[in-house]
Design a protein around this ligand. Structure first.
Ligand code: UDP
Ligand code: MG
Length: 311
């Protein structure tokens, strides 16, 4: 029988954790009772350096409920790293990751398990609609997926981090040593047989989103530059285009000077290119800097998370 591990990253989630656990433990009990999963299945709560009572709550849950395993990271490492810590720590044959706020529909889990039983190594939870999300979140998400596609990175649209991974997929994931984590881009790279389950995304049960605009932008930038060389290549293309245009312009100016009397010394033709080229150069430096920063991070190869303690 399948041993299931749930992995739930928690950052300042004391407002929802008790309710979340009540629903998750009921789900687990039902699945165990109907013999869909084995009785040594587990729920892993990863405390991502919360500043509120989250860890105390997790410890209390663990002392009451033998299904619960608490993992405390030594500081806030971010959602992706907390997920990874949980994935690496979980022992199940199948591991499902989901958010602490239960925006992901628990009803999708039995179907995920069915697909897993049928031989899928990866099962993506896909949002059928985002009507519960704010207009801003919806449109920024749409722009993000579009941009990723343009940049040539394979990401599954409308899929967050609600997914099932088989033991085999997780063992392979261990070989991906990158420090800049973007699991949504890494999982499709594993290959393997994958399928999707549609679900309705709920609104956050309590507490507030831990992804303000600044973090979301950083996350999107990580996703793009960790998986795509396109921005670097665009610099080359842009440079080439500007070179061609300027060569053509120079030839033209030379011709005008040599063969006509119309060579009015121009302010525009001197000053505009200066600004233009300056802008282009700084932009290109920025893109290169972005990648350089990535390389710097990867070279240092710092641990992606540190577990301070477990329950
Ligand atoms: N989270 C985390 N570390 C962080 C930020 C978020 O572990 O630094 C967790 C958070 O507790 C939640 C999940 O990641 O379980 C998703 O965060 P949230 O619901 O705030 O994001 P949103 O659904 O608004 O995109
Ligand atoms: Mg959420």
């Amino acid at each position: 029988m399948t041993r299931l591990s749930l992995v739930i990253p928690c950052y300042n989630e004391s407002a929802v954790l008790t309710d979340t656990h009540a629903r998750l433990s009921k789900l687990m009990q039902d699945l165990i009772a109907s013999q869909q999963i084995s009785s040594d299945s587990q729920i892993h709560y990863v405390d991502d350096g919360s500043k509120d009572a989250t860890w105390a709550l997790i410890q209390e849950l663990a002392s009451r409920d033998k299904l619960v395993v608490g993992i405390k990271l030594s500081r806030n490492y971010g959602h992706q790293n907390a997920l990874l810590a949980g994935l690496m720590h979980a022992a199940g044959d199948a591991v499902i990751t989901l958010d602490a706020d239960l925006q992901d529909d628990l009803e999708a889990i039995p179907q995920m398990l069915k697909n897993f039983a049928a031989g899928d190594e990866v099962v993506y939870g896909i949002r059928r609609n985002r009507s519960q999300d704010s207009l801003f979140k919806r449109s920024s998400a749409l722009a993000f997926y579009l941009f990723m596609k343009l940049m040539g990175t394979e990401v599954v649209s409308n899929h967050g981090d609600f997914r099932l991974l088989s033991r085999r997929a997780i063992e392979e994931l261990k070989h991906y040593r990158e420090v800049n984590l973007f699991l949504r881009g890494m999982i499709p790279l594993l290959g393997f047989r994958a399928s999707s389950v549609l679900y309705d995304r709920q609104s956050r049960a309590a507490g507030e989103s831990k992804y303000p605009l600044r973090r979301m932008l950083g996350f999107a930038l990580d996703g793009m530059t960790s998986f795509s060389m396109v921005p670097l290549r665009l610099i080359g293309v842009m440079g080439l285009l500007i070179f061609l245009i300027t060569s053509f312009m120079s030839a033209w100016v030379l011709a005008v000077t040599l063969f006509t009397d119309n060579n009015v010394p121009g302010w525009t033709s001197t000053v505009l290119p200066t600004y233009f080229l300056g802008g282009v150069q700084i932009l290109c430096l920025g893109v290169i800097g972005e990648y350089l920063g990535k390389i710097y991070g990867e070279l240092k190869a710092r641990p992606r998370y540190i577990i301070e303690g477990t329950t």
